[in-house]
Design a protein around this ligand. Structure first.
Ligand code: GLA
Length: 372
């Protein structure tokens, strides 16, 4: 294994263990997690693998096979760039009173670049599960996910919800992870594409528009302000959507419309999956995209063209996935239509003068685990 060889080469010993945490795509339930709502992500077959040994002196030595220079951090606050996601985990766990020393770490990641598939959550979670075992912290996978979210919120400074970290930590192969982001209860729902003659294609636009993080924070604020105006803890609590919308206006009204209907779409998708009607979820994916585009306003031209051309090419449904403003779209496609969808999307991108997006199937993969 590459990561083990690199570990030997860097530190002259065997690692104490090797762990893996995957990236994710979200099937449906977008921008609902920080509104105490429902999400339905699953893990992708790409992620971050880490070879790790503990150190008694508290120092964190890091090497990534995707970065040039090795880094040594005497304290987490010296971290910069990608190393913040690693250092943030030490910072959170130590801050919570856990006895966490240092570590020698080698990282190897294969999450496609620019795809918006949560490589940062995978990095946080893989470090979290490794430290949990090496320092015998006794944390559950959900507690590791929460620590990872806290690292991202309070150390890195990105006000994300819990979805990406929870998906990476708790997903199971062949299943999608239904999660109630208020109670944090989860259920793995069978999502067997192959036996229904289906594939879930990721269409990686390869773009990430500037301001994405600022726009994310501003959408989150719109939602929190709307909930406050309605006297509710979170938009999740709306029962009478019509009544709520009548009391709101502008951005707050549009964001609310999206969040409430998106929660219902998640529940509808779960109902269809339970009934074995996997193909039928396509219509809900399409509806989710329109709502994200028009009400939540987090799509972009590259995502819209990917979705529209995939549907024109014969997809059962398609939508942007993740935070938006770039990253990936997903398309649910029958085996017979995979080629025509590829052609339609590639052709549409060429017509816009954009580089061809990468398109690949994403079978639901396993969550974080120890490999060696
Ligand atoms: C990003 C965040 C998640 C979630 C999605 C939108 O991926 O990290 O917490 O809010 O956007 O659904």
């Amino acid at each position: 294994m590459r990561v083990v060889e690199a570990f030997r080469e860097s530190y002259g010993t065997e690692p104490a263990g090797v762990w893996h945490a995957p990236g994710r795509v979200n099937l449906i339930g977008e921008h609902t997690d920080y509104n105490d709502g429902f999400v339905l992500p699953f893990a992708v077959p790409w992620g971050v693998t880490a070879a790790v040994s503990p150190r008694e002196d508290g120092v964190i030595r890091l090497r990534s096979l995707q970065a040039d220079e090795p880094v040594a951090l005497a304290t987490p606050d010296q971290a910069e760039g990608w190393t913040r996601y690693v250092a943030g985990m030490f910072w959170v766990l130590r801050g919570a009173g856990h006895q966490v020393g240092g570590a020698d770490v080698v990282i190897d990641g294969d999450v496609p670049q620019g795809a918006g598939l949560s490589s940062s959550a995978a990095l946080e979670v893989v470090v979290g599960i490794a430290l949990n075992e090496l320092y015998e912290l006794g944390l559950t996978k959900m507690e590791i996910a929460l620590a990872a979210q806290k690292a991202e919120n309070d150390f890195v400074g990105m006000p994300c919800g819990i979805m990406d970290q929870a998906a990476s930590a708790l997903a199971e192969e062949g299943k999608a992870l239904f999660m109630d982001c208020r109670s944090l209860s989860t259920r793995n729902i069978p999502f067997d594409l192959a036996s229904h003659g289906l594939q879930l294609l990721i269409i990686n636009t390869g773009v990430r528009h500037e301001l994405a993080d600022g726009q994310y924070a501003s959408r989150r604020r719109d939602c929190e302000n709307a909930a406050r105006h309605l006297g509710l803890d979170a938009l999740r609590d709306i029962i009478d959507l019509g009544g709520a919308l009548a009391r709101l206006s502008g951005d707050e009204r549009r964001r609310t419309q999206h969040v409430v209907t998106e929660n219902h779409r998640v529940e509808a998708v779960i109902g269809l999956l339970r009934a074995g009607a996997v193909r039928e979820i396509g219509a809900l994916l399409n509806a989710s995209h329109l709502s994200l585009r028009d009400q939540f306003e987090v799509s972009c031209a590259e995502l819209d063209v990917a979705v529209e051309s995939a549907v024109r090419g014969g997809a059962r449904g398609a939508r942007m996935t993740g935070g938006g403003f770039g990253g990936s779209a997903i398309a649910l496609v029958t085996d017979e239509r995979v080629e025509s969808v590829r052609e339609a999307v590639t052709h549409a991108y060429a017509e816009h003068g954009w580089a061809a997006p990468e398109i690949y199937p994403a079978p639901p993969a396993a969550g974080a685990r120890r490999l060696i």
